[in-house]
Design a protein around this ligand. Structure first.
Ligand SMILES: [Zn+2]
Length: 182
C-alpha cells in the first residue's frame, strides 16, 4: 500500500442503488446489495473491509456492533447522501478522493476506446458530438462524456467542498484524472 489512506470501498444496502451507481462513477468500489439479509451484507462488508452505507438505522447499529464501520444516511437525495458521507468520512478516517470512473452498472474498470470501436452501439449524433468513449472491461457497457459526466463533476464537488480540499489540493477545476477525464 502506498502512503496515506486508501480510497474507501463501500457496501450499499438495497435502498441505495442509484447512490451506488454514482459512487462507482466517482471511482469508489461500491457493492450494491439488491437483496439479501442484513447479516449477509455486514459479513460481506467485514470480510472485504467495506464501509456499510444504509438508510436503515437498525442495520447501521447491527454493523457497528460487529465492528464494521457504517454510515447512516438520512438524506432524501443522492446529493444530500454524498454530503452525509463526506461528513462522516473525517471521523471514520476515510479519504474521499475520487478516482477514475468505474462502470456504474457493475463496478469494473473502464477503458478508453476509439470511435470506431463503438460505432455500432453509439447513436450517430453522439458520435458526431463526442470524442472520448469508454467501455467497461467486464460488462461491455459504453460510456461517453456527456451531461452525465457534468453532473458527476458537480457531485464530486459536493464531496470536494468537505473532503477533497484537504486530501487533494488539485481543487475542483478538473484537470485531474478522475472527475471528468478518466
Ligand atoms: Zn460494467
Amino acid at each position: 500500500m502506498a502512503t496515506g489512506r486508501a480510497r474507501p470501498t463501500f457496501a450499499a444496502d438495497a435502498m441505495l442503488g442509484s447512490l451506488a451507481r454514482k459512487l462507482r462513477a466517482l471511482g469508489f468500489d461500491t457493492s450494491y446489495y439488491g437483496s439479501g439479509e442484513d447479516a449477509q451484507l455486514v459479513r460481506f462488508a467485514a470480510t472485504e473491509g467495506r464501509v456499510v452505507l444504509t438508510a436503515d438505522r437498525e442495520l447501521a447499529g447491527f454493523a457497528r456492533a460487529r465492528g464494521v464501520p457504517a454510515i447512516l444516511l438520512r438524506g432524501g437525495s443522492d446529493g444530500k447522501r454524498l454530503s452525509e458521507i463526506a461528513d462522516a468520512a473525517g471521523p471514520l478516517g476515510l479519504a474521499l478522493v475520487t478516482g477514475d470512473p468505474l462502470c456504474s452498472l457493475c463496478g469494473s474498470a473502464l477503458e478508453r476506446v476509439g470511435k470506431a470501436g463503438v460505432s455500432a452501439e453509439v447513436p450517430a449524433s453522439v458520435q458526431r458530438s463526442h470524442r472520448a468513449f469508454f467501455r467497461c472491461v467486464r460488462c461491455g457497457h459504453v460510456y461517453w462524456k456527456g451531461s452525465h459526466w457534468k453532473k458527476l463533476r458537480s457531485l464530486a464537488g459536493r464531496l470536494g467542498q468537505k473532503q477533497l480540499a484537504t486530501n487533494n489540493r488539485r481543487g475542483e477545476d478538473g484537470g485531474s484524472a478522475g472527475e471528468g477525464d478518466p
